[in-house]
Design a protein. Structure first.
Length: 137
C-alpha cells in the first residue's frame, strides 16, 4: 500500500469521511465554515485501499478502513433503456415503408418501361440516315 495514501487517510480519520467531499459543519476557526473540503483520496484510490483492507483483515472501525466510509452508489430516479443502434430502432418503420413501396412496384415498373420506350427514336429511314451522318463526322 502506498505510504502517501495511508498518511492522507490517517490525517483525515478525525473527519466523517476522507472519501466524500463536503462542507464541514464544525471546524477549528469560524471563518472556515463555508469552505469546501475536497476528498482526501480519489474514488479510484479509495476503492483500492478498501479492497486491500478487506484482503488484510483491517476492515473495521479504528483500522485501515472504516465501514462508515463506504460510498453507496448514486440513486437515480429512473433507468432508461440503452439507445442501441439506429438500424435496430428503425427496423419496423423501414419494413413498413418497403412493404408499401412493393405494393405499388408493378405500376412504377410499367411507367419506367413506357418512359424508356418513349425516349427511343422512332424506327424509319429518317432515323437511319441521321445515325449514318452522325457516324461519318
Amino acid at each position: 500500500m502506498d505510504c502517501k495514501i495511508l498518511q492522507r487517510l490517517y490525517k483525515t480519520q478525525k473527519c466523517e469521511s476522507p472519501i466524500n467531499p463536503s462542507v464541514p459543519s464544525v471546524l477549528s476557526s469560524p471563518s472556515d465554515t463555508s469552505r469546501w473540503r475536497k476528498s482526501a483520496v480519489s474514488p479510484r484510490v479509495a476503492s483500492k485501499v478498501r479492497k486491500e483492507a478487506i484482503r488484510t483483515s483491517q476492515y473495521g472501525p479504528g483500522m485501515l478502513w472504516d465501514p462508515i466510509w463506504d460510498v453507496s452508489a448514486p440513486k437515480y430516479a429512473t433507468l432508461r433503456s440503452l439507445k442501441g443502434r439506429k438500424r435496430d430502432r428503425t427496423r419496423e418503420a423501414r419494413a413498413a415503408k418497403i412493404e408499401g413501396r412493393m405494393k405499388e412496384m408493378d405500376g412504377r415498373v410499367e411507367e419506367y418501361r413506357k418512359a424508356v420506350e418513349e425516349r427511343k427514336p422512332l424506327p424509319g429511314i429518317e432515323t437511319m440516315f441521321k445515325r449514318m451522318v452522325a457516324r461519318g463526322r
